[in-house]
Structures are given as C-alpha cells and as structure tokens.
Design a protein around this ligand. Structure first.
Ligand code: 3PG
Length: 308
C-alpha cells in the first residue's frame, strides 16, 4: 500500500499487541513507525510530519500536531474516548478521526469492580468490610463499558440500575438492568455509582454537589471515565460534610493531594490510567485501530468515523 503508519503511544501497548501490529503492517506493505514512551509533545509533532495514518491512545493530538502533518489522512484513537483528539482541526484538513468502540470495554469494566471491591473492603486494611452482593449499582451512561459492568454485576448478585438518555430502555431491560428516569434517581438509589460518561462540554463537572449529596449512607462513587466529569470542588465539599462517602478514580483528580491529605482512608486513585491497560485490551484496540486504517485505505470504510 506504500503508506506510513505512525503508532504514537506515550503509554505503550503490550508487546504482543505491537507484534500483531507489526505483522499486519508487513502483510499489508505498510511502513510502521513506532514512537513509544515518548515524553515530549514535540516528539509527536515531529514524528507526524510525513505519515499517512496515526494510531494513538490517550496521546494529545492537538491542532499543532495536526498542523504539522503534511500527508495525514486518518487518525485512530485505539480506545473509546476521543476527547484527546482535536477533531475540529482534523476536519479542517479533511482528516478522518475514528475510535475503536467496545475494544477495551471489558478491561475498564473489570477495573471498576476492582475499585469497588477495594473500597468495599476498606482498602484491604485488615478490618471488617462490606460485600457487593445485594447492593444496588448505578451505571451512569450505558455504552459499551456500561454493558460490561451490568454483565459482571449480575455475577455479584447486585441490583442494577442505569441512566442514559441516549439508550432505549428496552435495551437495558433486555440486559436485566432497570432504567431510571434521571440522574437524581440513580444517585439517590445506588450504593455504588459507576461513571461511564464521555468527557464533552455538557458532561464536564456534571457529577456535582447536587447529585453526590443524594448518595445513600456509605455509598461509593467509582470513576473509570474521565476526571473532568466529576466536579472536584463539589466532591471535596461533600467529603468534608459527610464522612461516610468513598471515591475511587482511574487517574488522579487535579486536587489529588488535597483529597489524600484530608480523606485518605476513603479515596483511592490509580497511579496511572489503568482501565484499558491489559494485554487483551491492547491487542483488541491496537489491532482494531490498524484494521480500520487498512479498511479505510483499501475500501474507503468510514464506519467508525467520529468527526462527521
Ligand atoms: C478509553 O477511552 O478507551 C480509555 O480511557 C483507555 O485509554 P488509554 O488507551 O489511554 O488507556
């Protein structure tokens, strides 16, 4: 195909995923440029100059990156959330942006349960904790991760509620999930609320004081979505007012130090974003990203385009 594909991952894929990517590139006569564990944004800006396609994870594809790309036709975010891509800048240069929906969602859902268990067991502090069985779980946004959350929650014998104005109630009901009318009902009724909202202007800081204050005694909020969707000041305020709430997040909030200093026994933040950091998710998302690029170059397939 005589095209150049740049895989730029500050947080690299597992070796097995990279091996599969290398093989597909070889079979399809694509030139692979691997830029792993880079630390400076200028490395990405320089590397993108003459490539035809770009695969990233949470790497920031800014207007500067896009502006420096002379041949770029397609960017694939190997993962779900594409808040790291400047889609407007890409559209301005007729560059297609895609994500790989569903490919890493089981990994994220499993981590959410790891976080729930960790909180339920008092961060493994040796004291008596609580069980998930019989508790009510709220799924805030019912996309691919939400569906996996529901599947796993059934095994824990939890009662499952979900709120998502963009998903038909019938779909949730088919999955054994009770849809609720609004976020208020979700936060009021659930012992565990798991966040799966994308980070877009409408959702940023939307998990705020008015919602969190509704959570029942001893409830826990688990965030494997984006730190931006939670209003950190609200959370700090309500944690100061109530000593029963817990919070775990995959990636530290901006005010992590303050949370840890004041409420260290009931918050937990992963040291790095861990949700999709599994061999399986890396293989699924990395290979899907490359296959989508191949399919675009071979057949013009734009099924997963997000900047329409
Ligand atoms: C996603 O949006 O797919 C997840 O947050 C995974 O992000 P990562 O590829 O940076 O781990």
């Amino acid at each position: 195909m005589n095209k150049k594909v740049l895989v730029a991952t500050a947080k690299p894929f597992a070796k097995q995923a990279v091996d599969k990517i290398k093989k597909i590139c070889k079979d399809k006569h694509l030139e692979l440029i691997l830029k792993e564990k880079y630390t400076e944004q200028k490395d990405l800006i320089n590397a993108v100059k003459d490539v035809d396609a770009l695969i990233v994870r949470s790497d920031k594809v800014t207007s500067e990156v896009i502006g420096n790309a002379e041949n770029l036709k397609i960017i694939v975010r190997a993962g779900a959330g594409y808040d790291n891509l400047d889609c407007e800048a890409a559209s301005g240069k007729n560059i297609i942006c895609m994500n790989t929906p569903g490919q890493n969602s089981n990994a994220v859902a499993e981590l959410a349960f790891g976080l729930m268990l960790y909180l339920a067991r008092g961060k493994f502090n040796g004291k008596s904790g609580r069980e998930l069985k019989g508790k009510t779980l709220g799924i805030h946004a019912y996309g691919h991760v939400g569906v996996n959350i529901a599947r796993i929650a059934k095994g824990f014998d939890m009662k499952i509620l979900a709120y998502d104005p963009y998903v038909d109630n019938s779909k949730m009901e088919k999955d054994g999930v009770t849809p609720v009318e609004n976020a208020i009902e979700l936060y009021e009724k659930c012992d565990y609320t798991s966040l799966h909202l994308p980070s877009i202007p409408a959702t940023q800081k939307s998990v705020n004081y008015d919602l969190i204050k509704l959570m029942p005694k001893g409830a826990a909020l688990v965030n494997t979505a984006r730190k931006e969707v939670v209003c950190e000041d609200s959370l700090l305020k309500i944690f100061a007012e109530r000593d029963d709430l817990k919070y775990a997040s995959d990636i530290a909030p901006d005010k992590a130090e303050e949370f840890i200093e004041k409420f260290g026994d009931r918050v937990y933040f992963t040291p790095k974003k861990m949700g999709a950091q599994t061999l399986e998710a890396n293989v699924n998302a990395g290979v899907a990203a490359l296959n989508q690029i191949v399919s675009y170059f071979e057949n013009g397939d734009i099924t997963y385009q997000v900047n329409k």
